[in-house]
Design a protein around this ligand. Structure first.
Ligand code: 2AM
Length: 182
């Protein structure tokens, strides 16, 4: 199974993200229903019999609910030396998000996964780019939405998702929702 842990966004914020779609040749814009903030990608070949332990550890996570807002846009890879593959919206990262990330990471290690070796770079993927030589459109997009700010939205749970890759894109199914209540 392909599994990841994410935070869902409010409808109002999803509306704001949809409005950022721009005319970039070869861009695959993420469907509204698939917008999310990944806390932790667990892997794409996870044996189903590990699910009970993963669930148990995630249910032990204790963290407070908090508010989040999104800010600015960017691309991966960044820096402009290599062609951008992903366009994203950034997160105004409050300490509570880092705390939740740390708690989730602890749970994931307790469930037998390896430590994440990349730093946590909270973002919401807006589009995946397939064509090279769209630098001009990409830099126009980045400039245009440099000052983007979403409204704040409450984060009161996190979600374990399974992801199935189909020709129409990834299908995400929530397997577990863990409420945040301190
Ligand atoms: P992305 O949004 O930056 O593409 C489901 O695929 C989620 O897990 C996506 O949000 C994706 O991040 C993330 N993801 C997919 N593969 C990953 C990997 N190898 N490492 C970290 N995150 C990954």
């Amino acid at each position: 199974m392909r599994l990841f842990i994410a935070i869902d966004l409010s409808d109002a914020v999803k509306n704001q993200l949809e409005a950022l779609r721009a005319d970039i040749p070869g861009a695959n814009w993420v469907r509204r229903s698939a917008y999310h903030l990944t806390l932790r990608f667990l892997g794409d070949d996870i044996a189903e019999d590990r699910l009970p332990v993963i669930r148990k550890q995630l249910e032990l996570v204790k963290a407070d609910p908090f508010e989040l807002s999104l800010r600015g846009v960017g691309c991966f890879p960044s820096g402009g030396r290599k062609p951008a593959r992903v366009l994203w919206v950034g997160v105004k990262s409050p300490p509570a998000l880092q705390v939740l990330y740390g708690q989730v990471e602890r749970a994931v290690l307790a469930a037998g996964f390896e430590e994440e070796d990349r730093p946590f770079t909270p973002h919401i993927t807006l589009a995946r780019l397939r064509l090279p030589r769209v630098e001009r459109e990409v830099s126009r997009f980045l400039q245009r939405y440099e000052q983007f700010q979403s409204e704040a939205f409450p984060v009161s749970e996190f979600v374990l998702y399974s992801s199935v890759l189909t020709p129409q894109g990834a299908e995400y199914t929530p397997l577990l929702k863990v409420p945040l209540r301190g």
